[in-house]
Design a protein around this ligand. Structure first.
Ligand code: ADP
Ligand code: MG
Ligand code: MG
Length: 861
């Protein structure tokens, strides 16, 4: 197959083949935009390269030499010709955008002779030797694996010795001296064609750099995709004062506002902007300096946004007052921005409601819900930087990515403080609550990555002086922030504060509500919440829950006031004593349920009967036992013995769930009385209660019959006594493999089935969900599993059990309602799966409800 494409031969639809960057370079070329010409080596060639044992395919060089000739003609210069040299950038570009993850080599094609020729031809020796030293540095680093630090170190030393500070202080002679030193550090090929061949190989190899691996894993990018190689004629932002490089977003990537937003560095190569080693100026600087170039940039960005119908992130360079486009892609943005942009674009007639829904990632919705620093609580602002990624974050200061991971291991919140970040810091940024950098602008690595991850960040806090050795960051006023200190970042304002500053709960916006209303319009799956308290239920309703899918009654008994009663009930020596305590518990349960029914006004409330092993309620320390003994007027020995008796080797597979109802039917009777009694009272008060009683951990139909009988009688008794009629349902959890495998037999006895995918996953895998944390990281590391099955539903096996249960029970009886109430109910991928299974609802924690609403809509459009 054809392995090499000219920029004039592809289009934006060729991402798979040419990579995102290459496809867009082609598209821009076809649009007539000023793109330096070049060619692309395809992504299948990358696979060929690895399959062939890291060897370029035989004819590849001949193929790209043909393309190279054509580029030379177009550019009017020649690769390897000292009198009229053409230089190339060799750029990676995967089908999915992985900014900064793989390698780029610039100024390729320079050697001693050609550098001298370039100086002669341009009459700009300073530029020529600056470019040459940059090339040596990059080539040595990327291709030859020489540490980049070494070169930077030599430059610093030279500057110090010669009393220079900035790169711009360096003359042609200075750079030539540097080049001489560089050549002692590294030995690189002088032959341009050999340079090119090695660079192409290096770009392919960069597909497997550790940082690219981490990025792929984080973003679920398949490693089979491979990268394309873009070989493009160089243009030079470091040519002089009427040159420079910039990056821009067609809309504000933090807020989503429709304002052109960018940054520019005069007399600098693009790498200087992207790396964040110099803090660039706002794009207005270009407007004042080179207004005609600014006009062209402005028109171009508007055209690109309209053409792609999405916010674009563009990279451009200006050489001697001429404008060149180097890249465009869909811009990364914050959750807030993604929602605003999607809603605005529907308003502008650029996209449809359905498209808008697909533009918003569930993670973005979540980020939108992040806390903000309470404006009225702000104090001790010690320094200010750029508001790179919004939200508020508090944590202990760490100074490296490794340290962040280390300190965070036990869940301690950390704020990662760095001079700047690089792709090597990703693992630390991932676990950090917030990120603070001394250097870099709004489009620096730290800013872009943090926004994408929805992590609060402040960049370019130039007032800080960071000392990695000492583990301190000192503000301009001399305030010293040390390793381990607690600080708060306000990423929305760019303010750094000492201590833990209170945060307000995430606010809602009109755009967000509009988008959610579109989601509701376009989804089939209903979304309920898991909630036990009136407060959670109210929050859930506010966030759009259409009922409670799981009320875990045991949570109502864990409260400090109630747990002694629960303990007394469990330790009762006979039925009479037990009933006494059950009566008291019933009053509490009744009161709680009443509150829930009031809040949920007519929406279904699924109440699960007591589920956990009883010993979870019992005292475990000697002190607790003594306190309980005194309270119950029993001896400590009795308590200790009873506790001991309830101990189980394998409690999660032990005496719990409906097994409790089998052994202690009086507990179930109490619960039914409380639930239905509360419903009756709510009805009398004019609310429209809709209780659904759910039996946990069922394995066969006889259990259901036995317990349904208890429930039916209880309900009948209450309703008769109150002389009232209520809607209600009785159903079962589907959380044992046996229940799923025998769903056809359970069907006739139930009105709903709710998949408890936490237990179902635990039992399908035989992974204890309380202990799996010890080995799951290793499983993920060694790629024995792709995702933690407790986070994202295992569709292959657990999903198969679910699918079977739905199909078999449906075949037996129509009209059963199906739901899911495990943690997976709020996981977007799992939500999609539930939609595909044809479930009626998902149930998740209140804060996940908006995420689930969007995910359900995305599954359906
Ligand atoms: P990334 O995928 O990390 O964005 P790029 O391939 O875009 O890497 O290259 C990084 C930077 O190198 C660009 O932002 C740009 O400033 C510079 N660059 C790439 N190609 C050229 C070129 N042909 N001329 C001038 N600068 C270039
Ligand atoms: Mg780029
Ligand atoms: Mg369970």
């Amino acid at each position: 197959a054809k392995r090499v494409y000219l920029f004039s031969e592809g289009s934006k639809d060729d991402r798979e083949l040419l990579g995102g960057k290459g496809a867009n370079l082609c598209e821009m070329t076809n649009l007539g935009l000023p793109v330096p010409f070049g060619f692309i080596i395809t992504t299948p060639t990358c696979r060929e390269f690895f399959e062939g044992g890291n060897q370029l395919p035989n004819l590849l060089e001949q193929e790209y030499r043909v393309a190279l000739d054509l580029v030379e003609k177009e550019m009017g210069a020649r690769f390897g010709d000292p009198d009229n040299p053409l230089l190339f950038s060799v750029r990676s570009g995967a089908p999915v955008s992985m900014p900064g993850m793989m390698n780029t080599i610039l100024n390729l094609g320079l050697n001693d002779e050609i550098a001298a020729g370039l100086a002669r031809k341009t009459g700009n020796p300073r530029f020529a030797y600056d470019s040459y030293r940059r090339f040596i540095q990059m080539f040595a680093d990327v291709v030859l694996g020489v540490e980049g630090e070494k070169f930077e170190h030599e430059i610093s030393r030279y500057k110090a010795e010669h009393g220079k500070t900035l790169d711009t202080d360096m003359s042609a002679e200075d750079w030539q001296a540097i080049i001489a030193v560089f050549k002692q550090i590294t030995d690189f090929p002088q032959d341009p064609f050999e340079q090119l061949r090695l660079a192409v190989e290096a770009v392919f190899l960069s597909w497997y750099t550790p940082r690219a691996n981490v990025y792929r894993e984080m973003n679920n990018i398949p490693e089979t995709l491979g990268t394309a190689v873009n070989v493009q004629a160089m243009v030079f932002g470091n040519f002089g004062e009427d040159s420079g490089s910039g990056v821009a977003f067609t809309r504000n990537p933090s807020t989503g506002e429709k304002t052109f937003f960018g940054e520019f560095l005069f007399n600098a190569a693009g790498e200087d902007v992207v790396a964040g080693i110099r803090t660039p100026q706002p794009i207005d600087a270009l407007n004042s300096g080179l207004p005609e170039v600014y006009d062209e940039l402005y028109k171009t960005q508007a055209l690109l946004e309209k053409h792609y119908r999405d916010m674009q992130d563009i990279e451009f360079t200006v050489q001697e007052g001429r404008f060149y486009m180097l890249q465009t892609r869909s811009g990364k943005r914050t959750g807030r921005a993604s929602i605003k942009i999607a809603v605005d674009m529907v308003g502008e007639g650029l996209i449809s409601e359905k498209e808008a829904l697909m533009r918003v990632s569930p993670e973005h919705v979540e980020a939108f819900l992040h806390p903000m620093v309470d404006p009225s609580a702000k104090q001790d602002i010690v320094t200010i930087g750029l508001p790179a990624s919004p939200g508020g974050a508090t944590g202990a200061v760490v100074f490296s990515a490794d340290e962040a991971v280390e300190v965070n291991r036990d869940g301690t919140a950390v704020v990662l403080v760095r001079r700047e970040t690089t792709p090597e810091d990703i693992h630390g940024m991932k676990v950090a609550e917030g990120i603070l950098t001394e250097l870099g602008g709004m489009t620096s690595h730290a800013a872009v990555v943090a926004r994408g991850m929805g992590v609060c960040a402040i960049t370019g806090a130039g007032g800080l002086t960071i000392d990695y050795e000492a583990g301190t960051a000192t503000t301009e006023d001399g305030v010293v922030i040390s390793r381990g200190d607690i600080i708060t970042l306000d990423g929305t304002a760019g303010e750094v504060m000492l201590g833990d500053i209170p945060k307000t709960e995430a606010s809602s916006s009109e755009d967000f509500q509009v988008l959610l209303s579109w989601a509701d319009k376009h989804r089939k799956l209903k979304v309920r919440a898991n909630a036990e308290t009136a407060e959670d239920a109210a929050k859930a309703r506010e966030l759009g829950a259409e009922g409670i899918g799981l009320c875990r009654t045991e949570h109502m008994f864990f409260e400090s006031e109630r747990i002694p009663l629960m303990r007394a009930m469990i330790l009762a020596e006979d039925k009479r004593e037990r009933k006494k305590y059950l009566k008291e518990l019933q009053a509490y349960q009744h009161a709680d349920m009443l509150e829930l029914f009031k809040v949920m006004k007519g929406l279904p409330v699924t109440v699960r009967l007591l589920d956990p092993p009883l010993h979870e309620f019992l005292p475990h320390t000697r002190d607790d036992m003594e306190a309980l003994a005194t309270r119950l007027g029993k001896s400590v020995e009795t308590i200790a013995e009873a506790t001991e008796n309830l101990n189980e080797v394998n409690p999660m597979l032990g005496f719990r769930g409906c097994r409790l109802s089998v052994v202690y039917p009086e507990i179930t009777k109490m619960q039914v009385k409380a639930i239905i009694g509360a419903a009756a009272e709510a009805a009398e008060l004019g609310y429209k209660p809709f209780p659904e009683i759910m039996i946990p951990l069922v394995v066969n139909v006889r259990e259901i019959r036995l317990i349904t009988d208890i429930i039916d009688r209880g309900i009948y008794k209450v309703l008769k006594q109150k002389s009232i009629s209520l809607p209600y349902r009785i159903g079962t959890m589907m959380e044992t493999p046996r229940a799923c495998l025998g769903a056809d037999r359970l069907a006739p006895e139930v009105e709903f089935m709710s998949f408890g995918t936490n237990d179902l996953t635990q039992m399908t895998y035989g992974f204890s969900r309380d202990d799996a944390g010890r080995f799951i990281p290793q499983y993920l590391d060694k790629k024995l599993i792709e995702n933690d099955p407790f986070v994202s539903l295992d569709q292959r096996a657990v999903g198969k059990l679910m699918a079977m249960a739905v199909a078999d029970s449906k075949a037996r009886k129509k009209g059963i309602k199906y739901g899911i109430c495990g943690e997976h109910g709020g996981d977007p991928r799992s939500v999609r799966f539930c939609h595909e299974l044809g479930l009626d609802y998902v149930s998740c924690s209140p804060y996940r409800v908006p995420v689930a609403r969007i995910a359900a809509a995305q599954a359906n459009v």
